[in-house]
Ligand binder design. Structure first.
Ligand code: DGL
Length: 286
């Protein structure tokens, strides 16, 4: 065995990293991981059959979080990224308990990297469940005292993106309505956090419809850096010699695999193969 790659408990550097989301959103996290740690192999679980999570109750989201974390654990991953802010906001404790491996949180990662000072203003766009949980507001105010946070729920965006509606006149109008409260906030606003992993998929449209120029922050960038650091400090970073074979990605989907494959191929710019994953049918549908 290579001595620079120590085994930690039963984890070792050759294992993949697990990601879970309700569908396409986690691809924005996957994209950042491919940029930051291209040698690592990934297992991606798209729980499309139960999308959108953001319209579910906290109890359902916590039950789904437990089940998906156990499923990924069953795939023998060495670390997990909660590639879904809604799970992160409502069930971070559940995922950490069930994962049995180190877990990276989008919310913790982006809050640690926010370039904010006391008195600054920040807007968070997220799902209804994430906004109702208040998790982003709490974390930002805790990490950056004196910062004003406005959280805005955008419940129709995830269903539209999942349905392939990425740039329609209807979607524009939906976004304009969601952004309405922003016009009441005194300018400048220092940042808009995309607090749902689906939203970076439509960031050009969001940028265009915001009333002022402002950085749109994608928490996945911070999460990728946090994961990179975690793998280094735990000795779990893959030991592949540089510039040889890149990491692989395995895709699983609880919903229609062919449909997810088509959309995922579009977003990541290459054909993907998707296998069916079977999870608890009790929580399927609404
Ligand atoms: N993409 C997820 C998030 O970051 C879940 C969205 C949903 O299913 O409502 O919140």
């Amino acid at each position: 065995m290579n001595r620079s790659c120590p085994h930690i408990l039963d984890l070792h550097p050759g294992l993949p990293i697990g990601l879970v989301d309700s569908g396409l959103g986690g691809l924005t996290v996957l994209r950042q991981l491919r940029r930051c740690i291209p040698d690592e192999s990934l297992v991606y679980l798209a729980d499309s059959a139960r999308s959108p999570y953001g319209e579910r109750s906290p109890g359902e989201i916590r039950a789904i979080a437990a089940e998906t974390a156990q499923w990924l654990r069953g795939r023998r991953v060495k670390a997990m990224v909660m590639a879904c802010n809604t799970m992160n906001a409502l069930a971070a404790d559940v995922i950490r308990t069930e994962a049995g491996v180190p877990v990276v949180s989008l919310i913790d990662a982006v809050v640690a990297n926010l370039p904010l000072n006391s008195g600054d203003r920040v807007v968070v766009l997220a799902t209804a469940a994430t906004v109702a949980s208040g998790a982003y507001g709490r974390a930002i105010r805790h990490g950056h005292p004196g910062v004003q946070v406005q959280e805005i729920a955008c419940p129709d965006l995830v269903p539209a993106i999942e349905a392939g509606e990425w740039n329609s006149a209807r979607l524009e109008q939906v976004i304009i309505n969601y952004l309405n409260p922003i016009f009441q906030i005194p300018y400048p606003v220092q940042a808009v956090v995309l607090g749902c992993t689906h939203y970076p998929l439509i960031s050009p449209l969001l940028q265009q419809l915001l009333p002022w120029p402002v950085p749109l922050l994608d928490p996945a960038r911070s999460a990728a850096m946090a994961l990179h650091q975690l793998l280094q400090t735990t000795g779990l970073a893959t030991c592949k010699p540089k510039d040889t074979v890149k990491g692989t990605v395995e895709f699983y989907c609880t919903g229609q695999t062919a449909r997810f494959a088509t959309s995922a191929s579009h977003w990541i710019g290459q054909p993907v193969q998707v296998e069916q994953a079977t999870l608890q049918p009790a929580l399927l549908g609404h």
